[in-house]
Design a protein around this ligand. Sequence first.
Ligand code: SF4
Length: 481
Amino acid sequence: MSVVDKEQSQALIEEILQEYPEKALKSRKKHMTVVEPGADEKCGVSSNRKSIPGVMTIRGCAYAGSKGVVWGPVKDMLTISHGPVGCGQYSWATRRNYYTGITGVDSFGAMQITSDFQERDIVFGGDKKLEKLVDELEEMFPLSRGISIQSECPIGLIGDDIEAVSRKKAEEIGKPVVPVRCEGFRGVSQSLGHHIANDALRDWIYEKDVSASVQEAGPYDVALMADYNIGGDAWSSRRILEEMGLNVISQSTGDSTVAELANTAKAKLVLLHCYRSMNYIARYLEEKHSVPWTEFNFFGPTQIFKSMRKIASYFDESIQKRTEELIENKYKPLLQSVVDKYKSRLEGKKVMLYVGGLRPRHTIPCFKDLGVEVMLTGYEFGHGDDYQRTMEYLDDTTIVVDDMSEFEMEKFLSKLKPDLFGSGVKEKYQCQKAGVPFRQMHSWDYSGPYHGIEGFAIFARDMDMAINGQVWKHIKAPWKS
Ligand code: SF4
């Protein structure tokens, strides 16, 4: 039996679209579909296009993609939100990219550093202010290992030359100063911010020969890339790799350092978790430094075991043997005990997912391992290659929606009536008010990690708590029938 009925779902999409004016209807129609895996290799939705004005898109901007996602987590760098005060304030420590360190002394992840543009900076330009800010930062935080300048909207509009400031200041302070042109008006979502941030890594870290901490290369050196360590995710992934016998010389960018970024070029293999946000730099490292890369997925037992075997296949028999033993003797029994505990409580439940650029497909197996099916999934800023990759994760009829609006979300919730919706903080409270259990699939609702072995146990516990929580029995007042 299908998770959703194809005809009924298509009729639902038509019904939702009828609410839009003609032009918007035509555009949104291309971003929704009902897919049947196996019927066609392609997913068939249009993606990575401009959002329609006024429809309450859930998307963010290029600054969020660069500062919030890629550069902000590099813990020993000072991240300047360059422009007026808002962007840095709203993105201040709201993404749970965990790190170890003494904040304000040798690590700076959970700080808001801004040039706080005033009207005179817009009128006369902010380059002089930026130079002064770099001097002040160097004096106040001497243990920092570099600075990144994250451009907010006005910087690109008033013609400031932050590259010239960066070259000058990098020479003076003897540390990388990285200018990033991630003004929020560029592109259509967070996605271009990832690409711009990757290009800045290329131009201002790898092309500048920033020194790495690894001097002698080993045969099992790997780089864990594009894991932002949300709630400790990268740490639990790293534990698996190390138990397999691999030597993780770099994590990027969750809990990473400037030296670790530079180490990546010395790895034997780059392991890419979030394809969307860092495939650009992985491709560059392969081309320029001959480091191969491979994608993997550490969400839930099926994908963890598949990924471990895939990663081990790049190395010799000793690693492969150790991996098989680890799976059979330790991980299988551990993860089976989680399935035994929670599957009976979750089996047959149906979820809707709507996240950013990776999790709309990567978390599907985690649900499936617990007997939960996905009725609808969609990305804020996925591209065609993400939607294509999604097909391998679907084995039933599923609704796929790109760049969903809040209006569409409400309609899908009320008609599909899922047992759980996994999405972001902007969606959480209206969903719960509608009586539908909800888990945040960006911040893990302040829980996690969800990656790896311990991650699966926490994931299963959280989904069970949300779906089977007692509160849902008390939505209706007893005196109302
Ligand atoms: S769109 Fe511009 S002003 Fe808004 S958060 Fe992004 S950079 Fe800041």
